[in-house]
Design a protein around this ligand. Sequence first.
Ligand SMILES: *Cc1c(COP(=O)(O)O)cnc(C)c1O
Length: 427
Amino acid sequence: MIKEMREQLIYKYGINDKVLDLYEKALNDVKNQFEFLDEIREFNQLKVLNAMQEERISESHFTNSSGYGYGDIGRDSLDKVYARIFNAESALVRPHFVNGTHALGAALFGVLRPGDTMLSVCGEPYDTLHGVIGINKEEHIGSLKEFGVNYKQIEFTQDGKPDLKKIKETLEKDETIKLVHIQRSTGYGWRRALFISDIEDIIKCVKNVREHIVCFVDNCYGEFIDKVEPTDVGADLVAGSLIKNIGGGIAPAGGYIAGKKDYVEQASYRLTIPGIGGECGATFGVMRSMYQGLFFAPHVSMEALKGAIFCARIMELSGFEVLPKYNEKRSDIIQAIKFNDKEKLIEFCKGIQIGSPVDSFVQCEPWAMPGYDDKVIMAAGAFVQGASIELSADAPIRDPYIAYLQGGLTFDHAKIGILVALSRILK
Ligand SMILES: *Cc1c(COP(=O)(O)O)cnc(C)c1O
C-alpha cells in the first residue's frame, strides 16, 4: 500500500495502524492463491467469447422490444449463448424473473406434479425457498405443498459431505421422488459450498437408481468459479440470479434457467403461461446490459472471489472463525464469518455499507425481509439494488451471528470495504 493510500484511509475512515498492518500481512498471505483463479477466469472468458461468436452476436441483438415481444432476437439469442456456456440443450434468460428465487421456483413448479416428491440432498434449502416448497410454515398458500407436491430432505454427513448412502436408500424406498434438489452454495449455513465433483457424485448416485429423476441444481453464486458448470457433469436443470455472478454487475435484474429442453420449456410455462412459454416477453431495452454483463462475468466473479479470500485471511488474523479458510478450495463467492456477538455482526455489516459507492451515508438495520424467517441485515450500497455480486454483507439475526460477505465489482473496492468494516469492530 502506498503512503498516500494509507494516509487517506486513516484520515477519511479513521482506520488505525493495527488494522493496516493486518491488511499488509493478509494480502501477502493470499497472493499465492490467486494464480489458479486467474487461469480459471481466463478460460471462462474464452468460453463466453466463443459462445457469443458462435451465435454471431451483433448490434442488432441489443434489441428494444415492446408489447408481446414476439421475435425479440436479442432475447432468443441470449438464451442460445447461455445454453452454449452451460453445455445445455436450452436456456431461458429473462429480466422478467424478479430474482433467483423466482427462477428456481419456476423450474420446480415446471417439473413437479401433484403426488411427486421433491428430495433435497443438501439439508434445508435456502431460506426463500421455504415458502416455495411450503416447509415450516402454517401458511403455505400457493406453495408446492398446497399443490400436492411432497417434500423430503437428507442432511449432510458429519464431515459435511453429501450422504450418498442415505440418498440411494431413500430413492430406492420412495418411487414418488421425481426431483433431487442440490444447492451448490452455502446459503445461510455454516458449510462449504459443494464442488462440481460433489455434484457429479450425487448425480451419478441418483441416476444409478433411476435415470429419469431430475437432478436440479441451485447454482446461485457458483457461476464461473470453476471451469465447468453443474450441467457439464450431468445436471438436468440449473437456475440462478442475474444480480449475482453471471450478470457481471451490469445486468439490471433477472434470472436464468438452463438444462434439458423439455424441462426448460416446462419452466417457461411457469414464468409466463402454457402455450406461450419463452416466446413472449418484451425486453424494454435491457438486452445490451445482459450481454455485456455476461461478458464481464468471468472477470467480475473472480474479483469477488479474491475479495472473499482476502476477507477470510484478515478476519482470521483478527481472531474470528471463518469458512472457508483463505487457502481452501472454493466453489462459490461466499465468505462466512462467525462473530458470536450480535453487536459486532451488525457493526461489521454497517461498515460494509459505509464503504460503499452508493448509499454510503445510510445506516443499515435488521428488518423483516419478505421470504425470510429471521430478521435480516443487508449491507449493499450497490448500483443495482440488492445486487450481491457487488460488495455486500448480509446476515440473519440469529445465534451464532454469522455474516455472509460476498461480491465486489473490483478487488480493490472489496479490500477497502472490508478494511472499513473491520476497523469498526477492532476499535
Ligand atoms: C441468492 C440465493 C438464492 C436466490 O435468492 P434471490 O435473492 O431470490 O436471488 C437462492 N439460493 C441460494 C443458495 C442463494 O444464494
